[in-house]
Design a protein around this ligand. Structure first.
Ligand code: C5P
Length: 234
């Protein structure tokens, strides 16, 4: 068995024989509220890996540089080795979630422009919201790297919005992560799945994402299966 390098809430990262490649394994765990709520859903890892690979392929084709090398099997992908920036990069197109809780804003307002946010990935401090100056001061990234991350994230938002709209889903918000290779290239890393995006049906506003688990309002596996089915039928 390959050496386990890192275990997160929903994935594991393993070394491979190649110095510059890692293997990511998708688990069935679901967590919410920084791990306070935790459950397992048989088949969730398979669904998220499948969905994320379809999205990363689409983004690569559109010219976004990602960590993806290839899908190995239903739970594993081979990726380029990167050092992950300890940043959760978030875009909001419609208000909900922590934005409304933090600012007292009403839910469901369609924003004139996307809102770009960054959180410092730090469980102990509850992933606090930070700005560029904080990130530079803490040496999490340089100004140039942050500029590239923001520009690329806004492009990804446009591509994802169009992609999901073609399956009759509104992209409400999402979180992505970036990493840096040994030669300094910045790549989109981690995953893009219903765990990390909010997706609402265009006609009914029904939720097709992890909020069904966070809020106990639906069956997670059936919801994720429905997202994949829409992707495959579009
Ligand atoms: O909770 P909040 O409203 O800040 O979430 C914004 C977006 O980021 C949502 O799509 C959520 O699924 C995603 N997110 C995530 N991982 C986190 C925090 C938020 O994928 N740790």
């Amino acid at each position: 068995m390959a050496e386990l390098l890192y275990e997160g809430k929903a994935k594991q990262v393993y070394k491979t024989e190649k110095e510059d490649e890692y293997l990511i394994h998708y688990k069935d765990d679901a967590t919410a509220g920084n791990g306070v709520k935790h459950d397992k859903f048989e088949g969730k890892g398979v669904l998220n890996n499948t969905i994320s690979c379809i999205i990363f392929d689409m983004l690569e084709e559109a010219g976004i540089k990602t960590h993806m090398i290839k899908k190995l099997n239903e739970r594993d992908i081979l990726v380029k080795k990167v050092d992950i920036f300890p940043l959760e990069v978030i875009i909001r197109n419609i208000t909900t979630g922590s934005f409304c809780r933090r600012l007292g804003a009403p839910e469901g307002i369609v924003l004139d422009e996307p809102i770009f946010e960054m959180s410092y990935k730090n469980d102990e401090y509850g992933d606090p919201l930070i700005n560029d100056d904080h990130a530079v001061a803490l040496k999490l990234a340089t100004r140039e790297e942050l500029a590239y991350i923001k520009e690329t994230t806004l492009k990804i938002n446009e591509l994802l919005k169009e992609f999901f709209l073609s399956m009759n889903l509104k992209l409400v918000d999402f979180k992505i992560e970036f990493g840096k290779t040994a030669d300094g290239t910045i790549l989109l890393a981690d995953e893009i799945s219903p765990d990390s995006c909010r997706l609402w049906d265009v006609d009914t506003n029904q939720k097709y994402d992890k909020d069904v688990f966070r809020q106990d309002i639906g069956d997670l596996i059936e919801t994720y299966k429905a997202v994949l089915a829409r992707m495959q039928n579009k």
